[in-house]
Design a protein around this ligand. Structure first.
Ligand code: ASP
Ligand code: CP
Length: 319
């Protein structure tokens, strides 16, 4: 069994370890179908959720995952803390460490903050990145891969040969960055589709194809999985930020609507990391339709985060 020292980026995982995380998540998921969902392995361990940016799914599912494994959970948010008095990230981490912390799950607006916490000598805790700036969101990519594997690869092994199209605001998306790397590691073929203004400089060096045309991508690639990304208004300067002419035009060119849904292959699935802008990148008909696995993604997030915490916090001997 692998032991994860930290999980900061999907590049931390080679194919065998990524498959092992997914397999461990499948074992965890099986236990969650039982009436009594709580397991003992993290009894006596403390997990701190250090969330400097807002979150619904990730924060609650890490909390649920840690509690299901019997860990003690401390939720920290800057609002109401001494961060408002100017306390630094270093002093916040040192303070939490002084109270005995085994794992720190961190979300931060600054790309690289989890890396800094993990490698600064401020803590011995395992650090799990729950989303840093526009950089990475590795457990999101793992739960996406888990969901794709469950539906399209029989729930085992890797994703060799599957095609995944990721659509939308790639520029601001840590979900896209983590997914491109992990899906490629797992053997899938990935294509990014976005307006040129919402693609980052250097995207041509990423291990994926790039297109500006969603209709062409749907018809030519015939994706097994279509992942819609949220337009991240909060990371754009003004409304729309000049990244696209208008919401209506974005919806027309890059939104998933019923006609586009109808041209997908019969077995194709639709993913979205959430939260959704219904009516912009995805219509309600697509979000709530039979191909949508968006609610399943959230459920799978608990099993994947149980697996990550378990692999990070239990040593070989203990297992
Ligand atoms: N919830 C995801 C994230 O925090 C995706 C998004 O917000 O659009 O990266
Ligand atoms: N997918 C995701 O990270 O959602 P939250 O921002 O609500 O945690």
């Amino acid at each position: 069994m692998i032991q994860l020292r930290h999980l900061l980026a999907t590049a931390d995982l080679d194919r065998a370890s990524a498959v092992e995380v997914l397999d461990t998540a499948a074992t965890m998921a099986a236990t969650q179908a039982r009436q009594i969902k709580k397991l003992p392995p993290l009894r006596g361990r403390t997990v701190v959720n250090l969330f400097f940016e807002d979150s619904t799914r990730t924060r609650i599912s890490f909390e649920t995952a840690a509690k299901r494994l019997s860990a003690d959970v401390i939720n920290f948010s800057p609002k109401g803390s001494s961060v408002s008095k100017g306390e630094s990230l270093k002093d916040t981490v040192l303070t939490l460490g002084a109270m005995g912390t085994d794992a720190i799950v961190v979300r931060h607006a600054a790309s690289g903050a989890p890396h800094r916490i993990a490698h600064s000598g401020w803590t011995n805790a395992a650090v799990v990145n729950a989303g840093d700036g526009t950089h990475e969101h590795p457990t999101q990519a793992l739960l996406d891969a888990y969901t794709i594997r469950h539906h399209l690869a029989g729930g085992t092994g890797d994703l060799a040969g599957l095609s995944v199209v990721i659509v939308g605001d790639v520029l601001h998306s840590r979900v896209a960055r983590s997914n491109v790397r992990l899906l490629e590691t797992l053997g899938a073929n990935v294509t990014l589709v976005a307006p040129p203004t919402l693609l980052p400089v250097g995207v041509e060096t990423w291990p994926c194809a790039v297109s500006y045309d969603l209709d062409q991508a749907i018809d030519q690639i015939k994706p097994d999985a279509l992942m819609m990304l949220r337009v991240q208004h909060e990371r754009m300067s003004a409304a729309g930020g000049g990244y696209f002419p208008s919401p209506a035009e974005y919806q027309r060119e890059y939104g998933l609507d019923v006609p586009r849904l109808g041209r997908l292959a019969d077995a194709a699935i639709v993913l979205h990391p959430g939260p959704m802008n219904r009516g912009l990148e995805i219509t309600s008909a697509a979000a709530d339709g039979v191909r949508s696995v968006i609610v399943e993604q959230v459920a799978n997030g608990v099993a994947v985060r149980m697996a990550v915490l378990y692999l990070a916090l239990t040593g070989k001997e203990e297992r």
